[in-house]
Design a protein around this ligand. Structure first.
Ligand code: AHR
Length: 557
């Protein structure tokens, strides 16, 4: 039976605040109905959507830094002080809230001293990811991706942040450097001009004024590459690393390395140990950083996949909803007033490398509409939990995993993920308000069982008389017509922007290509379009195309 036939709409199911993926037996599949509504409860605020939720991540991994971000001052590739100009220009447009560096796993093998001082004196070091190069032509996989020349260090990172408006977030090494090096990195970045030897070293490189870095990660994935700690051991290290750090008037915000996906025992173990000598220790934790990758499907190909793979990946990404609420609940066992907020500083789908990109760039691929849906539903989840989530960082910015950009020498393009971040940027700083999505669920047979996926999900935020509603329709074939009812105001006017391969038209006018993606040759194959919205009697009616992401900009009366 064709996937399209097997995948039938169930009866209307209210997705509530969160679209939910349930695993359960479904007695009988009912035919598609049109009954779908989105209610926006303008008088039920959730919290301000921190701009830092729209955060990013760069690591010395494959082609991320060399050649994604850093091309060098003498490069024929247009650059701003060595940083790829096209990247700066596009990245700043989406208002990045924060940028995390230098890892990832790389962070716990990085000595920051290697990346400061005269560039031609900096040592070359074996990159953490060196042994992840593919088999085959060894010579082809060497280069700065394998033996890091340290040309991109702290000053260059700060330069990139300044150029793009992102707040710097530095992840410190806990596995292989003592706490003293952490304090000294803070000193290098934040000590006043001329105050210490390290601030003079910074000044010698043309940066007399302090960088004022606020966000500091204390290690990365200590349950794995960050040291194979137990949560209790890591909590002790965290307390030690944060016990005395020079402040220089900067309100430092320490980020503790949280769980891998659903590992609640990591969360419970850390918080219990941290607070074992009193709850005061919670004051030193700004955020608890969860990592969750929704993985890949089938043969790991980012742009060749089946309709079943489409749903499978979306369903896995949707797990973010329960990860947020489950860890939040577990944190409350030791932190009942929720002093510590949740951070998700690595997330995304993770496919195999594209044969069109150099193998030593590791997981570099263009991504597809499917990845854009993953990005959109994840950002919607963060928006709906604006009271809990202080920061996010998609992994990673360029040339690896869930990237927004692909760059190879003088070629550069944006992926569909980029368009999602651009479309969702107006949510930043808005007041998240409660929404109720009611729409027929999608049934997904899984052997003897059937899973259901919500029919529509999204989020809404408000700033004065402007409302932004973002909506994902994950159905691979069917559009969904829907009334959008505002509780607490009515609509003056509305505009819509849609990202979908059918150009916003219902079939049969345009076919739907779930695998739609951009390439160096066709960089605009998939990009957002403005579409008409129907406003009648103070409310909105809209058809959300199959396999689409939509932003509605609504002016309120
Ligand atoms: O983002 C790639 C890697 O995934 C990071 O280095 C690590 O933290 C995670 O396991």
């Amino acid at each position: 039976m064709a996937s399209r036939d097997r995948r039938t709409f169930l009866g209307a199911a209210a997705a509530g605040i969160a679209g939910s993926l349930l695993s359960r037996r479904v007695p009988a599949l009912r035919a598609q109905t049109d009954a779908a509504t989105i209610e926006v409860l303008l008088d039920e605020p959730i919290g301000t959507i921190a701009p830092e939720i729209y955060g990013h991540f760069i690591e010395h991994l494959g082609g991320v830094i060399y050649d994604g971000v850093w091309v060098g001052e003498d490069s024929k590739i247009p650059n701003v002080g060595g940083v790829r100009k096209a990247l700066v220009d596009e990245f700043r447009k989406i208002k990045p809230g924060v940028l995390r560096w230098p890892g990832g796993c790389f962070a716990d093998s990085y000595d920051w001293h290697d990346g400061v001082g005269a560039p031609d004196k900096r040592p070359r070091r074996t990159d953490f990811w060196a042994d992840n190069r593919p088999s085959g032509n060894r010579a082809a996989t060497d280069g700065p991706q394998r033996f890091d020349p340290n040309r991109f260090g702290t000053n260059e990172f700060i330069r990139f942040c300044r150029l793009t408006g992102a707040a710097p977030y530095i992840a410190a090494n806990v596995r292989s450097l003592p706490a003293k090096d952490f304090y000294q990195w803070v000193e290098y970045c934040n000590a006043p001009a001329g105050a210490t030897t390290l601030s003079e070293l910074r000044a010698a490189a043309g940066e007399p004024e302090p960088f004022g870095v606020r966000y500091w990660g204390v290690g990365n994935e200590p349950w794995g590459c960050g040291g194979n700690f137990t949560p209790e051991e890591y909590a002790t290290e965290f307390r030690r690393y944060t016990a005395w750090v020079p402040k220089y008037g900067v309100p430092l915000k320490y980020i503790a390395a949280g769980p891998n996906g659903g590992d609640l025992s990591w969360t419970r173990g850390f918080f219990r140990q941290l607070t074992s000598r009193g709850s005061g220790a919670l004051n030193d934790v700004y955020g608890w950083a969860l990592h969750y990758y929704s993985g890949t499907t089938g043969d790991r190909n980012a742009i060749q996949f089946s309709t079943d793979d489409w749903y499978e990946l979306i369903a896995r990404a949707d797990r973010m909803e329960s990860l947020v609420t489950d860890h939040w609940t577990a944190m409350a066992e030791s932190d009942p007033t929720h002093k510590v907020k949740l951070i998700v500083d690595e997330w995304g789908a993770w496919h195999g490398a594209s044969p069109d990109m150099p193998p030593n760039y590791l997981w570099a691929y263009p991504g597809s509409l499917r990845d854009a849906v993953v990005a959109a539903l994840t950002l919607d989840t963060f928006n709906r939990h604006a009271d809990k989530i202080a920061m996010g960082a998609v992994a990673q910015l360029v040339n690896t995993i869930h990237s927004l950009f692909l760059a190879r020498e003088d070629r550069f393009m944006v992926t569909p993920n980029y368009h999602v971040f651009a479309m969702y940027a107006p949510h930043q700083g808005g007041q998240s308000v409660r929404t109720v999505f009611s729409s027929p669920s999608i049934a997904m047979p899984r052997g003897a069982r059937t899973q259901t996926l919500w029919g529509l999900a999204g989020s809404a935020s408000r700033r004065d008389r402007e409302l932004v509603v973002t909506v994902v329709n994950p159905h691979a074939a069917d559009p969904r017509t829907c009334a959008i009812a505002l509780r607490g105001a009515s609509v003056r006017s509305a505009r819509a922007t849609v990202l979908t391969s059918s150009g916003g038209q219902a079939p049969p006018e345009r076919t739907i290509d779930l695998r739609a993606h951009n390439s160096f040759d066709q960089p605009d194959a998939l990009s957002p379009k403005e579409v008409a919205v129907t406003v009648a009697s103070g409310s909105v009616r809209h058809t959300f195309p199959a396999a689409s992401i939509t932003r509605l900009d609504i002016s309120l009366l």
